[in-house]
Design a protein. Structure first.
Length: 296
């Protein structure tokens, strides 16, 4: 554990807050044995290093923190921004700006979980391979998980497709049904503008055997202001079982997808200025498209 003042970019206020948060978390996890190597000390050290970026670089605002209750959730978000920075920022938000604080266990793609060093670090800081058995285990142990039903397709968008949701996969909802775990919809606004000009070369990605290969004008994320909206929980229907038909599952997944679409429309309207010459026409186009399509 870092001593007070060791993280020189971190404000004293945030350092004291993080110390308090992890004192609570150590009490919560004192009897918990994690099969993937989850390490609270590493989480604390990592958080103290990246919170200055959360506060000062991305200037994150969180709306709807009051919607989070002290229970397990499947936190379901749009995926955005070329790199999984959105997952990191959502995780920090649920530690710093939600009460009581919690460590979201983010589901990651097999490609990332198998990367040398990165896969181990992700597991130790709370992320795990996103299969049903792992999700079920965590929920049974009182954890909340973070899922991106768009998958890699969510962050693999060319500039004209920013904020246009890809269709949601349905696996997360069968887990929610099986464990009777409510859905907590989340919307991230601002991550697309970190890389304002992007083209994805699918042919080159296939050649290199990677899920996506963005070609961008900037290699490092720009300091786009980020807004995280947390919606009201969506309960699981009491009369629907996880063996339900694909049609019944899809109807409920569409409802979640459309809830996040509406949150996107609201968030884009209240987006803080950044690269407006690019953002405004894209935002207007996406909002118009969402409204023309309407709820499915």
């Amino acid at each position: 554990m870092l001593k007070l003042g060791e993280s020189f970019l971190l404000s004293i206020e945030d350092e004291l807050k993080i110390n308090q948060i992890f004192a609570e978390l150590r009490e919560k996890y004192k009897d918990y044995k994690d099969p993937w190597g989850f390490n609270l000390d590493l989480c604390e050290k990592t958080l103290k290093k990246i919170v200055p970026f959360y506060r000062s670089y991305f200037k994150v605002r969180v709306f709807g923190a009051e919607n989070v209750q002290e229970k397990s959730y499947i936190v379901t978000s749009n995926h955005t921004g070329q790199l999984p920075v959105d997952a990191i920022l959502i995780t920090i938000a649920f530690l710093l700006d939600v009460a009581p604080p919690r460590v979201l266990r983010a589901m990651v793609e097999r490609f990332m979980a198998q990367l040398p060093f990165i896969g181990d670090f992700a597991a130790q800081t709370g992320s795990i391979l996103g299969d049903r058995a792992n999700c079920a285990y965590l929920i049974e142990h009182g954890e909340s998980i973070l899922v991106f039903p768009e998958g890699v397709r969510g962050i693999s968008k060319n500039t004209p497709d920013y904020y246009k949701l890809r269709s949601f996969s349905e696996g997360f909802y069968r887990i929610a049904l099986q464990k009777k775990t409510p859905i907590l919809p989340v919307c991230v606004i601002g991550a697309e503008e970190m890389f304002p000009f992007v083209f994805h070369s699918k042919r080159l990605a296939r050649l290199l055997k990677v899920p996506a290969l963005p070609l961008t004008a900037n290699l490092f994320p720009l300091p786009s202001p980020i807004d995280i909206y947390i919606g009201k929980e969506i309960p699981i229907p009491a009369n629907l079982e996880h063996e339900a038909t694909d049609k019944e599952i899809k109807e409920n997944v569409f409802h979640i997808e459309n809830t996040i679409k509406r949150m996107l429309i609201h968030g884009l309207k209240h987006r803080r200025p950044f690269f407006d010459t690019v953002r405004r026409p894209i935002s207007k186009f996406v909002i118009k498209e969402f409204r023309n399509k309407g709820d499915r």
